[in-house]
Design a binder for this molecule. Structure first.
Ligand code: OGA
Ligand code: NI
Length: 355
């Protein structure tokens, strides 16, 4: 890692590693060659871009993009709306609080698995309505049927429009990235498109308030994203760290104005038969500044059976996973999130086939 400029920072005890590396970090990719106007997309000049994306997915599972063509005013409008919403009194925010049936809306991170993330959240789905997902086992007594209905706050008045306009733009970017990723795997550019006809994608507004005990808390504990692809807008405060695959070190992602951070989720890992792996990341807290971030989580239709793609498997490369039904997987995930106990989250490795 010759390009890495290593500055070692003393890290507090709770952190899993004794140092944090402030590095050049994840690849920065210029999306200028892509053209959103044409339906039948990807010009020849994108060959280099496709290679870069493939390499970034393989080596890091993360990259940053610039010249992405999501209008800056739309991004700034949702950022402003998020800031105003989180600044409301708690009582006002609780009017759109999520509950254990309809899981969309506002919530403060709870104590799960004895750890509390230092953040508050507002979630909405991009497509409405989404269907109620199936349960994991048919005769399951504790089965909870989750609903996804957006809860729009009255304030600020422009909130809903700002969210929906931004969602439309960032979604287009996500599909373009999926075309580039498909090409990088040697697939037809539109190979993934049909999985998103009735997608369950959502946008999350994150607010990480300043924390008086930054050495005792994490903004968001280490995790992998379960969906397909995440397109994250972070502000200029910083705090996101990515686990470098080569050596397991935590690498800080430097904020770059008007860029997005992209990462591969668990479902791409399964589709690609582990060619592209979903990578752990976490968020550090800050003792002085509020931090806001807005991830868009691209997720397939509930009825999708996600399994290694036929084009990417053969006798020499047999499928590593059996099919994962996205709706069932998501239900099981939500249930353990609400269980507030030490229930282990369902993971894709639970679906590994004996090799
Ligand atoms: C997430 C996430 C990172 C951030 O919400 O899954 O990883 O910077 N967020 O807020
Ligand atoms: Ni994440």
């Amino acid at each position: 890692m010759g390009e890495v400029d290593q500055v070692f920072v003393q890290a507090p005890e709770h952190r899993p590693k004794s140092s944090v590396i402030v590095a050049e970090g994840i690849p920065l990719i210029d999306l200028s060659p892509i053209n959103y106007q044409e339906e039948n997309t990807i010009p020849d000049s994108t060959e280099g871009l496709v290679k870069e994306i493939g390499r970034a997915c393989k080596v890091w599972g993360f990259f940053q993009v610039i010249n992405h063509k999501v209008p800056l005013d739309k991004l700034q409008r949702i950022q402003e709306a998020a800031r105003k919403f989180f600044a409301l009194g708690l009582e006002e925010k609780l009017k759109v609080r999520r509950d254990s049936v309809n899981v969309l809306g506002y919530f403060e991170a709870e104590h799960t698995k004895n750890v509390r993330d230092w953040k508050e959240i507002y979630d909405f789905n991009v497509q409405q309505p989404t269907f109620v997902p199936p349960s994991l086992e048919e005769d399951d007594e504790q089965n909870v049927q989750f609903k996804w209905d957006n809860r729009w706050p009255q304030n600020p008045p422009e909130f809903r429009e700002a969210c929906q306009e931004y969602a439309g733009e960032v979604e287009k970017l996500a599909y373009k990235l999926m075309e580039l990723i498909a090409l990088s795997l040697g697939l037809e550019p539109k190979r993934f498109r049909s999985f998103f006809k009735h997608n369950t994608s959502n946008i999350r507004l994150n607010h990480y308030p300043p924390c008086p005990y930054p050495h005792l808390a994490l903004g968001l504990g280490r995790h992998k994203d379960t969906g397909v692809l995440t397109v994250l807008a972070q502000d200029d405060v910083g705090g996101l760290e990515v686990r470098r695959k080569s050596d397991g070190e935590w690498i800080r992602v430097k904020p770059i104005f008007n860029s997005f951070i992209i990462n591969v989720g668990d479902m791409i890992q399964v589709w690609s038969n582990d060619a592209y792996e979903s990578v752990e990341h976490r968020v550090m807290v800050n003792s002085e500044k509020d931090r806001f971030s807005i991830p868009f989580f691209l997720k397939p239709a509930l009825y999708t059976d996600v399994k290694p793609l036929e084009e990417l498997t053969d006798d020499k490369h047999p499928p590593i996973y059996r099919a994962i039904n996205w709706g069932q997987f998501r239900t099981a995930r939500m249930r353990s999130n609400f269980a507030k106990s030490n229930v282990e989250n369902i993971q894709i490795y639970h679906f590994k086939l004996p090799q």
